[in-house]
Design a protein around this ligand. Structure first.
Ligand code: HEC
Ligand code: HEC
Length: 371
C-alpha cells in the first residue's frame, strides 16, 4: 500500500512540476446496491460498464426523454411504459415515424438476468448490444437516430444533462457510448422481487398468496401442465435443466402458434430463431419470456396475437393454435391437457400473484423532461 501510494505521489510530483494538472486518482465507484432479497444472486454486468447509481439516474432520464428520437416524438418509455411492466398494450410496436414493428414490445423486468435478449436471438447477449437496435435501426425505424447523429447528440449538451453526464462519467461531454452505457445500467436496475409469490416462496409469508393462487402454482409446476419446464427458475424464463432434455437446454421453443404449410412453417413475416441461426429446426422458436408481472403486459406472445391470459391458457390446453397443434417442430412439452374451469381460474390467479405492485408504482410518476 505504501509503495503504491508513493508511486502515485511521485508521479503527481513529476506531473505537477511540469505544470500538468494532477488530481488524486480515485478508484471508480463500483458498488451498487441491487436491493435484492437475501439469497438472490447479483446479475452479471459487463466489465466495461460497472453499475453506479449516477449512471442509473442518467439512464433513467434518457429513457423517458423523447429527445432521443430524431423527430422528438418517441422515447424508450413510449413503447416500454412503467405501468405495463415496461411493455405497452399494443399488439405490435410502432416507431417514431409511425412505421410498424412486427413484434410486441417486451416487458422490461429483471432483464439484467437474461442471457439472450429480444424474442428470438441467440447472439444478442448484452443489453448494451440490444439498445443499439431501437436507437439506430433503419427498418423498422424505432428512434431513428441514423442520419441524424449529430443533431440528436447536440440536444444532450444542455446544462442539466452536462451535470448528469459528469456525475456518471466524470466528464460532462455527451457521447453515444455513454448514452448506451447509462441506458443499459437503468434497464439493469429494473429488478422486481416483491410480488406475493416472492413473499410466499422466499420470505415464508404463508398468507401472501391466496389458496387459489397456491393451487394454480401446483398446476404450474406439475408434469401435466409442464409450464415450469420452459418458464423455470426465479424469473420464470430459463429453460429446464432436466437431464433428459438436452435438446431443450436453450430457452427457445416452438409453441405451435402457427403451421402455415403443414410442414411447420411460421408466417414469412416472423419465423423466429431460424432467421438468426439458419437452422431448419429453429423454425418458429422464440424465447420463453419471463412471467413476472405478466398480468399487466397483455397482449401476449411475440406478435401480440393472444389477447388475454385466459386465451394463453386455452392455447396451452389445446396444445397450440389451429394447424399449429400439428406443427412437427413443436416442443414435446406441448401436448395439451384437459382443463377444468376452476383450474384455469387457479392458474390465472397464480400468474397474477407474480405481479409486483411496488415495482410497477415506483416509476409511475417519473416527470417527463421539459424542453
Ligand atoms: C417502437 C417501440 C420501441 C422503442 C422506442 C424501444 N423499444 Fe425496446 N423493444 C421493443 C420491441 C418490439 C422489442 C422486442 C424486439 C424483438 O424481439 O425483436 C424490444 C425489446 C427490448 C429489450 C429486450 C428485452 C429482453 O427481455 O430481451 C430491451 C432491453 C429494450 N427493448 C430496451 C429499450 C431501450 C433502452 C429503448 C430506448 C433506447 C427501447 N427499448 C426503445 C420496442 C421498442
Ligand atoms: C415448451 C416450452 C413452454 C412451455 C411448456 C410453456 N411455455 Fe409459455 N411460452 C413459451 C414460449 C417460447 C413463449 C413465447 C412464444 C411466442 O412468442 O411465440 C411463451 C409465452 C407464454 C406467455 C406469454 C408471455 C408474454 O409476455 O407474452 C405466457 C403467459 C405463458 N407462456 C404461460 C405459460 C403457462 C401458464 C404454461 C403452462 C400451461 C406455459 N407457458 C408452458 C414456452 C413455453
Amino acid at each position: 500500500m505504501i509503495a503504491i501510494g508513493w508511486v502515485k505521489v511521485s508521479v503527481c510530483f513529476i506531473l505537477s512540476s511540469l505544470l500538468v494538472a494532477c488530481t488524486p486518482v480515485t478508484p471508480p465507484h463500483t458498488e451498487y446496491d441491487w436491493k435484492l432479497p437475501k439469497g438472490f444472486p447479483s446479475p452479471l454486468v459487463p466489465e466495461d460498464n460497472p453499475m453506479t447509481t449516477a449512471k442509473v439516474v442518467l439512464g433513467k432520464t434518457l429513457f423517458f426523454d423523447t429527445d432521443l428520437s430524431f423527430n422528438q416524438s418517441t422515447s424508450c418509455a413510449s413503447c416500454h411504459q412503467p405501468k405495463f411492466s415496461f411493455s405497452e398494450p399494443k399488439k405490435t410496436a410502432v416507431g417514431s415515424t409511425g412505421q410498424k414493428h412486427r413484434r410486441n414490445s417486451q416487458s422490461l423486468v429483471n432483464v439484467a438476468y437474461n442471457s439472450n435478449l429480444t424474442w428470438a436471438h441467440s447472439g444478442l447477449n448484452t443489453i448494451e448490444q440490444q439498445i443499439l437496435i431501437p436507437m439506430f435501426s433503419e427498418d423498422p425505424i424505432e428512434l431513428g437516430i441514423t442520419g441524424h447523429e449529430n443533431e440528436v447528440l447536440l440536444r444532450f449538451e444542455k446544462q442539466h444533462y452536462a451535470q448528469l453526464f459528469k456525475d456518471a462519467f466524470e466528464d460532462s461531454q455527451a457521447s453515444y457510448d455513454k448514452i448506451v452505457k447509462a441506458l443499459a445500467s437503468y434497464v439493469r436496475s429494473l429488478t422486481s422481487f416483491a410480488s406475493p409469490f416472492d413473499e410466499y416462496a422466499y420470505q415464508n409469508k404463508d398468507g401472501a398468496m391466496t389458496d387459489a393462487a397456491k393451487r394454480g402454482m401446483e398446476l404450474f409446476f406439475s408434469e401435466k401442465f409442464e409450464c415450469f419446464h420452459c418458464h423455470g427458475g426465479f424469473n420464470f424464463t430459463q429453460s429446464s435443466q432436466h437431464e433428459n432434455q438436452r435438446l431443450d437446454l436453450r430457452p427457445f421453443h416452438n409453441t405451435g402458434l402457427y403451421n402455415v404449410d403443414n410442414m411447420g412453417a411460421y408466417p414469412l413475416s416472423d419465423q423466429g430463431l431460424i432467421e438468426v441461426t439458419l437452422q431448419n429446426t429453429d423454425m418458429g422458436k422464440f424465447r420463453a419470456p419471463t412471467l413476472r408481472n405478466v398480468e399487466v403486459s397483455a397482449p401476449y406472445m411475440h406478435d401480440g396475437s393472444l389477447a388475454t391470459l385466459d386465451d394463453v391458457i386455452e392455447f396451452y390446453a389445446a396444445g397450440g393454435r389451429g394447424q399449429g397443434i400439428n406443427n412437427p417442430l413443436k416442443s414435446p412439452f406441448l401436448t395439451g391437457f384437459e382443463l377444468q374451469l376452476a383450474q384455469k381460474q387457479d392458474l390465472i390467479e397464480f400468474l397474477q400473484s407474480l405481479t409486483d405492485h411496488q415495482f410497477l408504482n415506483s416509476n409511475l410518476n417519473y416527470p417527463p423532461v421539459s424542453h
